[in-house]
Design a protein around this ligand. Structure first.
Ligand code: SF4
Length: 302
């Protein structure tokens, strides 16, 4: 299999592009796509600002940090930092935190850890042992993690927080929100162009690249990342959506990207009709779309 742009051997075939690429044309294309997303999504006022990357230590967030640091880190008035949310999952998160620390130290990036035990006085392992009232671990963990991502970015005074979501993740989230009929959540998905009071705008520089491309880029660039899986992942509702989306993509290449683009278009259309706003949870005061945030609801607060 030859590269579509030169005579070298290809390292990847991308069905949605209908082309194969050699190592140098693949990395060049990858970097061009990320640069465009960064340019489109991140607009610092007066060309200076601060962005933090939510770094789990996995391939997606590690490539996000590496890319954001290469694109924005050299700018004199821009500071790039990173943080890791520690959910308290033994044998999984402790390992990836170490990988995250190593990557940050090799890039010269400040790195913080924010944990469920520090903020919520619990861990995911404790939650699972205590029983989850019929909920999946991710239904408990997801809202807590989202709160801590916002809190960590706020603590560092960031203008933006970058998430390592690739086009697979975006398409899964779109389908999940559509299947629940949750228009509010669909239009609140990152990237955020306008800031929503109480929420640090989230950006997704890898949104136009597939999981396969991100993994290959991480390998070719030798970006340290952890390949472990959360022990609770098999119970995630997202798995069903992942499998459905993969089947659709196999039959109709480009569907994942199309779903991501559709989400942005829907938001533009709805934005004209409806102001996006978010309230505060009446118990803990964190940003919430309802009277009680998901974390307080899950903990049984009245
Ligand atoms: Fe939390 Fe689920 Fe992710 Fe594990 S897979 S870290 S439980 S959201």
């Amino acid at each position: 299999m030859k590269c579509a742009l030169c005579s070298k051997e290809a390292v990847i075939y991308l069905p949605y592009a209908g082309s194969s690429f050699c190592e140098s044309h693949f990395t060049e294309r990858f970097e061009r796509v990320v640069k465009k997303e960064v340019r489109d999504q991140i607009r610092f006022r007066s060309n200076s600002g601060r962005i933090s990357v939510a770094l789990s230590g996995g391939k997606d967030s590690s490539v996000t940090l590496y890319s954001v640091a290469s694109i924005l880190g050299k700018r004199k008035n821009v500071t790039v930092t990173a943080f890791t949310v520690d959910e308290g999952i033994r044998g999984y998160r402790d390992r990836s935190i170490e990988t995250a620390r190593k990557l940050c130290s090799s890039l010269g990036i400040d790195h913080e850890v924010i944990s469920y035990s520090e903020v919520f006085d619990t861990t995911m392992d404790d939650q699972v042992i205590a029983g989850l009232n019929g909920k999946s671990p991710c239904a408990i963990c997801g809202p807590m993690r989202r709160q801590l991502i916002n809190m960590a970015a706020d603590r560092t005074g960031s203008d933006y927080v970058a998430l390592g979501m690739n086009s697979d993740d975006i398409a899964q989230s779109v389908l999940m929100n559509v299947s629940r009929g949750d228009l509010d959540r669909l239009i609140r998905m990152a990237p955020h162009r306008a800031s929503i009071p109480g929420l640090i705008p989230r950006v997704t520089p890898l949104r136009s690249l597939s999981e396969r491309e991100v993994l290959l880029y991480a390998m070719l660039k030798e970006i340290p990342h952890d390949s472990g899986w959360c022990p609770y992942y098999s119970q995630a509702q997202r798995n069903l959506f992942r499998s459905v989306i993969d089947q659709i993509e196999e039959k109709y290449p480009g569907s994942k990207l199309a779903m991501g683009k559709m989400q942005v278009e829907v938001r533009k259309a709805v934005f004209q009709e409806k102001e996006i706003s978010i309230d505060r949870c009446r118990k803990c005061g964190m940003p919430s779309s309802s009277e009680l945030c998901s974390v307080c609801r899950n903990s049984g607060a009245a």
